[in-house]
Design a binder for this molecule. Structure first.
Ligand code: AMP
Length: 309
């Protein structure tokens, strides 16, 4: 499909300086509104391209999904929910969905462009495949703020893992892929595909669950960022399953007391015992490492602290 379109110019990854405003939502988008640039990546149901909205010159990521593949895997319902949820969320650490359109064979999602790509690859490129404690604490604060925002709107993500996180132009986290998200509370007994590693005990056991499953996954992610692999990883899924249910947690010696304390407080088998997101933002290990720049970009944190004054 690339041959049909003009390539973007070299400097086109910068948003136009004269227009700081958002891409304007159009009632009816079509492919004619965009110039298509280089491919950004390949997903299960199609490809993602860098693109520019011609009128505003706004740079976006255009995700092209093939209807036939979605139908084959019975994913249309899930995609509809993903669009409905993600297009209504506005937070600096949630990847924005600007809109969508479709033609006979494809569905196009107009997404915010995440200039620094995939968190998963960035983590793998680090020395020993893990982040420092200050970097991890700053990521945790961004995720906690974004999830507070989602949970306040009764949206549970349920699938927070490095593969579903992108990085913005300032290195900030962008939660993407709301394909498994639901409006809380949920008693949906869905078989989640892929790895068990991030699933909370109530989900692996197929019990009812609420937004506190995202607290568990934050604990798993915090461990993975600091150690390089998730805490219950095993070759055989039944072993992972047993370790999750027992919360069989082992920490390497290099972790600080503060980081272990936070992970332990998130990885509680009973959802009601998990540390709430607001308390996570006040946890001494997070506060100790939180940079003023990241702090200034946390909308929920800003509101909470200004209300306390
Ligand atoms: P997905 O189909 O969502 O798994 O996307 C496939 C790949 O495209 C990802 O692994 C990313 O490398 C890239 N990608 C997807 N969405 C974006 C985006 N909004 N900004 C930049 N790259 C993206």
């Amino acid at each position: 499909m690339e041959t049909k379109f003009q390539p973007l110019k070299e400097n086109s990854t910068n948003q136009p300086t004269e227009s700081k405003s958002d891409i304007k939502p159009l009632a009816k988008w079509s492919l004619d509104n965009f110039e298509i640039g280089r491919p950004l990546g390949k997903g299960k149901f199609g490809n993602v391209y860098l693109a520019r909205e011609i009128k505003s010159k706004y740079i976006v990521a255009l995700k092209v999904l093939f209807k036939s593949q979605l139908q084959k895997c019975q994913m249309e319902h899930q995609l509809r929910r993903e669009i409905e949820i993600q297009s209504h969320l506005r937070h600096p650490n949630v990847l924005q969905m600007h809109g969508y359109f479709f033609d006979e064979t494809r569905i196009y999602l107009i997404l915010e462009f995440a200039g620094n790509g995939e968190m998963y690859k960035f983590l793998k490129r680090q020395p020993n495949g893990r982040f420092s404690e200050p970097k991890t604490a700053n990521y945790m604060a961004q995720l906690a703020d974004a999830l507070m925002y989602c949970h306040a709107r009764k949206v549970i993500h349920r699938d927070i893992k490095p593969e579903n996180l992108l990085l913005g132009i300032h290195g900030e986290i962008k939660i993407a892929d709301f394909g498994w998200s639901v409006h809380a509370p949920s008693s949906r007994r869905k078989t989640m595909c892929g790895t068990l590693d991030y699933l909370a005990p109530e989900m692996v056991e197929g019990r009812d669950h609420d937004e506190r499953v995202d607290l568990w996954t934050l604990g798993i992610l915090c461990y993975e960022f600091l150690v390089g692999s998730p805490p219950f990883e095993e070759e055989k899924q039944d072993l992972t399953y047993r370790r999750i249910c027992k919360v069989d947690l082992k920490f390497p010696a290099f972790l600080s007391i503060g980081s272990k304390d936070l992970i332990t407080k998130l990885l509680k088998p009973r959802a009601e015992d998990r540390i709430p997101l607001k308390k996570l933002l006040e946890h001494s290990w997070v506060v100790q490492h939180l940079s003023s720049e990241v702090r200034s970009r946390l909308p929920f944190f800003q509101t909470a602290t200004s209300n306390n004054e």
